[in-house]
Design a protein around this ligand. Sequence first.
Ligand code: ATP
Ligand code: MG
Length: 388
Amino acid sequence: MNVHLSSTIQTSDGADGSIDVNAVSKSYGSVEVLSSVNLAIAAGTFVTLLGPSGCGKTTLLRLIAGFIEPTQGHIQINGVDVSGVPTQKRPIGMVFQNLALFPHFSVAENIAYGLKIKKVAADEIDRRVARFIGLVGLDGMGDRRISQLSGGQKQRVALARSLVLEPSILLLDEPLSALDMQLRRQLQIALKDIQRKLKTTFVFVTHDQEEATILSDTVVVMGDGKVQQVGTPQDIYSNPNNLFVSKFIGELNEIKGRVTASGRDLTLETEVGPLTLPASAAQGFTPRAGDEVVVCLRPEHLHVAAPDAPANGSVALAGQITDCLVSGPLTHMGIQTGRTILSSVMMTQAGNAALPSASPCKVLFDPAHARVFAPLSDRLAKAFGEQP
Ligand SMILES: Nc1ncnc2c1ncn2[C@@H]1O[C@H](COP(=O)(O)OP(=O)(O)OP(=O)(O)O)[C@@H](O)[C@H]1O
Ligand SMILES: [Mg+2]
């Protein structure tokens, strides 16, 4: 089977705050942890690197920061090749999960530290520190010691300390992952707001797909040391270009099957029975008779109806309800269909009660919503913790 990853080489315009990663690979000994990464980051955008543990997110940030150098390829910042340029000479700031604030200094002293090192005039330091204390929402807390702050407040100091130096690019490696959900939400909103105001390029690492979706202009999905897809959150959700991306973002029904014929239509023998889909459902590869494939459908694209409901151009599968949960405006259902259980999410119809389990039903979907992918490679399956 011929699987092609789209790694279209694009370049940013070289503006202040832009990054171009050109065919960058990084190996440690014989182990390649990043493999020919191409990535163009436009100035002033919020870009998220998203992927499972070990896929190379931190390595890519460290390469951009200049802590390590690529084994192959090169990186341009603001249109200039930064090969061999040390970290402190790159126009970047960094915020990491381990904050390394000075615990005995006050909030203001921590934020002022970098400016003092740069020998900025005292009144200018005061002005900038006051501005950034306000920007991160710590008004009135300038004199507090770090040891007297909550986790979220410390994170805000770390952010201000980096931003006060006015870098064109800020690299953030999972800065929110140690915080509880509520605090995390608050800081996500603050981060997005600050990024919009300052128009600094943010390169943000997370393995939380929801966080990536909320924050980003552009999401870079990484898996097994490679860029799997680059796009807007909506694009990545609606038009994933392989099974890995599709599984990583949002809920998914996966139906295993085999191609029986492919031409204008794709005919398949699957766990839910025979299916005929438009050939355009196949993404990122050219299916041939005999190929193993996975048909993917989002739960919101599966409509559950009475057994005798008309198909009206939809694909119709006979099934049986296994569970039905009405949760306010949404109704979640599990439907035994052939050898698999599909999940569906629909808007709750006014006055509808939950359907009893074992009720026979029909599952309907628009064939245009189906995506057919090649199965995961063994290496990508491992990244998901699946047995290949
Ligand atoms: N200095 C090093 N020497 C050898 N291997 C390394 C080194 N640094 C990273 N690696 C390996 O490179 C791979 C990618 O690591 P990286 O830290 O970039 O992953 P990550 O995507 O940031 O993961 P996480 O989400 O767990 O932080 C891992 O398999 C890691 O073990
Ligand atoms: Mg990491």
